[in-house]
Design a protein around this ligand. Structure first.
Ligand code: NAD
Ligand code: IPM
Ligand code: MN
Length: 360
């Protein structure tokens, strides 16, 4: 029997609450299939760990993670530890050091998902956002000069290397070609007169190798507007690290909310483990009450199954999520229900067990 070794980092706030449900679903898929199993190893890293040890993970934490088939993460960051310390000490560190340069975030309106847009249908909101995940505005480069003095100046440098820009844009073209969809680049060359002019140039250059892929290019401000007014314009979308961060929270809002939005941090070459996590954060405002929506974490688990080559189960899990929302039998308060986090997880598990895929 095939065993997948998965490192689990539940993290902070609602992270552990939603990840428990994702693990439940993954274990059930494995049981139903019977040809593979999961070996989960949990790492207690995060802000509580920081409070005790003065660091976000073990000193050899990255080494510990390296041998796993994938990482499944909840959320990082909690009041009490400055966000830039907690995030750079764990989440952003893993993305960067494991060269997870592709962040794949589906913005797709599933049946039964609440949508705030009047008249938007399932076909209108069906995009795949490919966010650059290793450099750009998140390069971590900058300087803080004359701190506290009247002449104080703070610099935050965006880094767009040729290698980093080409590889994400090429990945997006390949994805659009494979899916037979258009590709939209979102940038800001009018104001960011170095980085985004370069980005646009690379988008055009690489595009010459993909004459079969229809392309569009939007400025990010207009893209934000069109995502609300005419989301059907977007199919595969490629954008920089920060723009992708913002646009995918916006995307989450039109496709069912943050409680349903999933993401995969992928190292396509598979020289390092990839990491699967919901888009949302630790939600301190609802943490500890058992009411967090686990569906984003479950959708990330579906992406994890796809990544492991268990696409049949990835699809089954997503269908189970959809079924739970259509039936409205167990939904958390953010979706207008009264169910608890674990009741929703249980419901997904029973929908999965009853699915036609499970029967095969
Ligand atoms: P957040 O995503 O945690 O919460 C924003 C809002 O969405 C809150 O009202 C929250 O209750 C709601 N929400 C989020 N997930 C939900 C879920 N599963 N079910 C129901 N409601 C949900 O963003 P924030 O409040 O800006 O950030 C809180 C902390 O999380 C900060 O420390 C931030 O840096 C961190 N953060 C971490 C990640 C990550 O680990 N990937 C992502 C975003 C934010
Ligand atoms: C996300 C989060 C992170 C990001 C934060 C917590 C650093 O917002 O995964 O979307 O900006 O990438
Ligand atoms: Mn974000």
């Amino acid at each position: 029997m095939k065993t997948y070794r998965i490192a689990v980092i539940p993290g902070d706030g609602i992270g552990p609450e939603v990840i428990a449900e994702g693990v439940k679903v993954l274990n059930r898929a494995a049981e139903l299939d019977a040809s593979f199993r999961f070996d989960f190893v949990t790492f207690p890293w995060g802000c509580e760990y920081y409070a005790k040890h003065g660091k976000m993970m073990d000193d050899d934490g990255m080494e510990k993670l390296r041998s796993f088939d994938a990482i499944y993460l909840g959320a990082v960051g909690y009041p009490g530890v400055p966000d830039h310390i907690s995030l750079w000490g764990l989440l952003l560190r893993i993305r960067k050091e494991f060269d997870q340069y592709v962040n794949i975030r589906p913005i797709q309106l599933l049946d039964g998902a609440p949508c705030p847009l009047k008249d938007a249908s399932k076909a209108d909101i069906d995009m795949l956002v490919i966010r650059e995940n290793s450099e750009g505005e998140y390069a971590g480069a900058g300087d803080w000069l004359f701190k506290g003095k009247p002449e104080e100046v703070v610099l935050q440098t965006g880094v767009f290397s040729r290698k980093g820009t080409e590889r994400i844009i090429r990945y997006a073209y390949e994805t659009a070609r494979r899916l037979n969809k258009s590709l939209t680049s979102v940038s800001k060359g009018n104001a960011l007169n170095y980085s985004m002019v370069f980005w646009d140039q690379v988008f055009e250059e690489i595009g010459r190798e993909y004459p079969d892929v229809k392309t569009y290019s939007y400025l990010v401000d207009a893209a934000a507007m069109f995502m609300i007014k005419q989301p059907q314009r977007f199919e595969v979308v490629v954008t920089s690290n920060l723009f992708g961060d913002i646009l995918t929270d916006l995307g989450a809002a039109i496709a069912g909310g943050l409680g349903l939005a999933a993401g995969a941090n992928v190292n396509p070459e598979r020289t390092h483990p990839s990491m699967f996590e919901p888009i949302h954060g630790s939600a301190p405002d609802i943490a500890g009450r058992g009411i967090a929506n686990p569906l984003a974490a479950v959708w990330s688990a579906s992406q994890l199954l796809d990544f492991l080559g268990q696409e049949r189960w990835g699809k089954a899990v997503l269908q189970a999520v959809e079924q739970v929302m259509v039936e409205r039998a167990a939904l958390t308060p953010d979706m207008g229900g009264t169910a608890s986090t674990s009741e929703v997880g249980d419901r997904v598990v029973s929908a999965l067990a009853a699915s036609s895929i499970a029967a095969k």
